[in-house]
Design a protein around this ligand. Structure first.
Ligand code: MLT
Length: 405
């Protein structure tokens, strides 16, 4: 069964009947809103519209288990139980969220059948099943959800100890850190999906480096973390610089992995605009083939088919608003080079010896410009050192973390 990011709603007084409980008709509408929320995000809705079909409800079974009142916060979880040629069966649950308890208040099963504009049964487009299944496969056992400002972010948090915030690159998600984080016992490892990525919400707008950085700080607050070691890869590094600029007191130390301080030049900005236009026109799948040869070292491309497949799946699970938003945020990011000489926290610059996007010389120059920074060059790694060489990368990071004052 495939599980999706939950949807949270507050019960309004006008959802309730004269006895003051959530009315069953209004409850059914909330179930529908939560289903719509999942279907309307990302490739699912675009493909349905492209094929001129829409899923109509054929059968609904809801079992109400407890009373719900105005002001209650409900969390709706949805899972795709099975699908046939024209139908999809979803299981949904609604839980009342207390400060430390959750109560199952209703559960239901909903059979949806795809129909065309004439109301005839039609095949569920393959991309829809694929998009729903891919999004669900991005969940891990440790995933939690936190609403910060206008978005809900998905976060994997494991272990206890000093906090390390891992920020992923583009067009990836938090799971890129999984293997490296697994080696760093003794640390509280926090791996969020940035807004628009992975299982986090992907609003239509609001993507800037400042928004990403503010989201991260709001998330640290939710997790009661005052200061964290901030470890960002590539675009995650751009976010780390912004965090340092906007919230320096939150940064205990920095790990700048496969990243650069300089902004895009005019050719780079033009390329971002072209890619944004293509994402709006064709969706995100083309990025997998487009970027793969530059993301991995040629050795990894040949010898690591599982990694190539994992990356392909991760990239194709992206949603156009989040991907286009990240491209715009990178295009407009400020120059962080003037910041380097004033960095006063311990810093590790991590580079891939075969990185084509951030050549080793760029990483070396950045390390030289940061007072006291260490440089670690990961052999046999391209732009994604933590995924291509997790053991070596984890060892460099562990040595740096364990030497922190
Ligand atoms: C990344 O890996 O995050 C991107 O390649 C960064 C970029 O496009 O500047």
């Amino acid at each position: 069964m495939s599980q999706f990011a939950p949807v949270e709603v507050t019960v309004y007084p006008d959802d309730c009947d004269s006895y003051g409980h959530l009315n069953q008709g209004a409850f059914a509408r909330l179930f529908e809103r939560a289903r719509w929320d999942v279907l309307s995000r990302g490739a699912g809705r675009a493909s349905l519209e492209h094929h001129n079909v829409w899923p109509a409800l054929r059968k609904a079974t809801i079992e109400f288990k407890a009373q719900v009142y105005p002001g209650d916060r409900l969390r709706f979880d949805l899972a795709l139980r099975e699908h046939g040629r024209t139908s999809m069966t979803f299981r949904q649950t609604a839980r009342r969220m207390g400060s430390d308890t959750e109560v199952l208040v209703a559960e239901g099963e909903f059979v949806m059948v795809c129909i065309d504009t004439e109301g005839r049964q039609a095949a569920v487009p393959q991309e829809v099943v694929q998009a729903l299944t891919l999004r669900a496969s991005r969940r891990t056992g440790a995933t939690q959800y936190f609403t910060v400002g206008d978005v809900t972010l998905a976060v994997d948090a494991i272990g206890d100890g000093g906090a390390v915030l891992f920020i992923h690159g583009f067009p990836l998600d938090r799971t890129m850190w999984k293997q490296v984080a697994g080696t760093l016992t003794g640390w509280r490892r926090i791996m969020p999906d940035l807004r628009g990525a992975g299982l986090s919400e992907a609003p239509e707008g609001g993507y800037t480096m400042a928004a990403y950085a503010d989201d991260m700080v709001a998330l640290l607050e939710k997790l009661h973390v005052d200061r964290a070691v901030v470890c960002g890869l590539s675009m995650g590094g751009y976010v780390a610089f912004e965090l340092l600029r906007r919230h320096p007191d939150r940064v205990r130390a920095l790990i700048l992995a496969n990243t650069r301080a300089e902004p895009d030049d005019s050719a780079g900005r033009e390329k971002r605009d072209q890619t944004i236009a293509r994402v709006h026109r064709d969706g995100v799948a083309f990025l997998a083939d487009d970027m793969m040869p530059r993301l991995l070292a040629s050795e990894s491309l040949k010898a690591m088919p599982d990694l190539v497949e994992q990356l392909r799946e991760m990239i194709r699970a992206g949603r156009p608003p989040g991907i286009a938003g990240a491209l715009a945020a990178m295009r407009d990011r400020p120059d962080s080079a003037p910041l380097l000489s004033s960095i006063s926290v311990p810093t590790l610059v991590l580079a891939g010896a075969e990185d084509q996007l951030i050549p080793p010389a760029t990483a070396r120059a950045m390390a030289d410009a940061i007072p006291g920074a260490q440089l670690a060059m990961v052999p046999h790694a391209g732009h994604l050192a933590p995924m291509e060489q997790p053991v070596n990368t984890g060892r460099f990071i562990a040595e740096f973390l364990n030497a922190l004052p």
